[in-house]
Ligand binder design. Structure first.
Ligand SMILES: Nc1ncnc2c1ncn2[C@@H]1O[C@H](COP(=O)(O)OP(=O)(O)OP(=O)(O)O)[C@@H](O)[C@H]1O
Ligand SMILES: [Mg+2]
Length: 278
C-alpha cells in the first residue's frame, strides 16, 4: 500500500493531544477526526490503485488500437490488390470449364476444380479481412430475423451432415442487415466447421423487456477452456486456413449496435443480446 498521505499530521495530532489533556470532550473529537482521516486516507490509496490499473488498461487498449489500425491499412491495400487477379483466375477457370468441358479429361477437370476451391478459400480470407477493416457506420433498417438467418444460410451453402434448426417465432429487429448477415454467416460457419461428422445447430430468438436475444448452439466438441479467453482476439485461429478475424468482427460489430456477444460451453452456445428501443 502507498505511504499514508496524512502521516505528516500524526505529530501534529500527538502535540494537540498533549495540549488538550484533561479536556475529554475536545480529545474525543480529535480522535474521531483522526479516525476519519485514516479512513479517507485508506480510501484514497485504494482509489489510486484502481486509477493506476485503469490507466494501464487504457494504455494497453490504445496500443492495441494503434497496432490494429496499422494492420488494417496494410491488409486493406493488400487485399484490394489481390482481389482483381483472383477474380481473373476464377473467371478464366469458369470459361475453360464451360467452353472445353467435352474435350478435357477427368484429371484436368479435377485440377480445374481444385483451382476453384483454392480461389474460393482465398476469396473467403480476403472478404474476412475487408469486413474487418472496413469501419462503415451503421445503416439501420428494420428487418425480420428469420429472413436474415435464411439469407445467411443461403450464402454459406448448406451441408447435409449438419441440420440447422431455425426458430419458428418471428422477431423484427432494427439493425444494419448486411452486417448482421456477416455475423450470422461467421457464427454458423464456425459451428459447421466444429461439428466433425454429423450434428445439429439450434438457433433461438427471444424478445423481452427491451432486449432481443439470439442464441446459436451447436453439437460440436466445444472450445477448450484455456482457449475461451482468446477466441474473440483478432488473428486468433486454430484452423489451417482460418484468418482468426471472424469472431473479432462479430464482437466489434455487435458492440457497434450497443449489443453484447458471449460464449459458453456444454453445449457450445454463442449469445448475442441487442437492446431494442422502447
Ligand atoms: N462453434 C465453435 N466451436 C468450437 N470452436 C470454435 C467455435 N467457434 C469458434 N471457435 C474457435 O475460435 C477460433 C476463432 O474463430 P474465428 O471465427 O475468429 O476464426 P476462424 O474460424 O479460425 O477463421 P475464419 O473465421 O477466418 O475462417 C476458431 O479457430 C476455433 O478454434
Ligand atoms: Mg470463423
Amino acid at each position: 500500500m502507498e505511504e499514508n498521505k496524512f502521516s505528516g499530521s500524526a505529530d501534529a495530532i500527538k502535540k494537540l493531544e498533549d495540549e488538550l489533556k484533561g479536556n475529554y470532550h475536545a480529545l474525543n473529537e480529535l480522535r474521531q477526526l483522526n479516525l476519519l482521516i485514516e479512513y479517507y486516507d485508506e480510501k484514497l490509496a485504494d482509489k489510486t490503485i484502481q486509477l493506476e490499473k485503469s490507466n494501464k488498461e487504457l494504455q494497453k487498449q490504445t496500443q492495441r488500437a494503434e497496432h490494429l489500425a496499422k494492420i488494417g491499412e496494410l491488409a486493406s491495400s493488400l487485399t484490394h490488390n489481390l482481389r482483381n487477379p483472383l477474380g481473373v483466375i476464377s473467371s478464366t477457370v469458369k470459361i475453360i470449364e464451360a467452353t472445353s468441358k467435352d474435350t478435357l479429361d477427368e484429371k484436368t477437370l479435377s485440377r480445374l476444380s481444385q483451382i476453384t476451391d483454392s480461389t474460393t478459400n482465398m476469396s473467403h480470407q480476403i472478404e474476412e479481412v475487408l469486413n474487418f477493416v472496413r469501419e462503415k457506420p451503421l445503416d439501420m433498417e428494420t428487418i425480420s430475423l428469420s429472413e436474415l438467418f435464411k439469407s445467411s444460410i443461403n450464402n454459406i451453402g448448406t451441408t447435409e451432415r449438419v441440420t440447422i434448426h431455425l426458430p419458428d417465432n418471428e422477431i423484427l429487429l432494427e439493425c444494419d442487415p448486411p452486417k448482421l448477415e456477416v455475423i450470422f454467416m461467421n457464427l454458423i460457419t464456425n459451428s459447421i466447421q466444429a461439428i466433425e461428422n454429423t450434428g445439429d445447430i439450434h438457433i433461438r430468438t427471444t424478445e423481452d423487456s427491451g432486449t432481443v436475444t439470439i442464441e446459436i448452439e451447436d453439437s460440436g466438441p466445444g472450445i477448450p477452456s484455456e482457449l475461451l479467453p482468446k477466441i474473440f482476439d483478432s488473428l486468433f485461429t486454430t484452423k489451417a486456413a482460418g484468418t482468426g478475424l471472424g469472431l473479432a468482427y462479430c464482437k466489434s460489430t455487435v458492440e457497434q449496435h450497443n449489443g453484447t456477444l458471449t460464449v459458453k460451453n456444454n453445449p457450445t452456445t454463442f449469445t448475442i443480446k441487442f437492446p431494442t428501443k422502447s
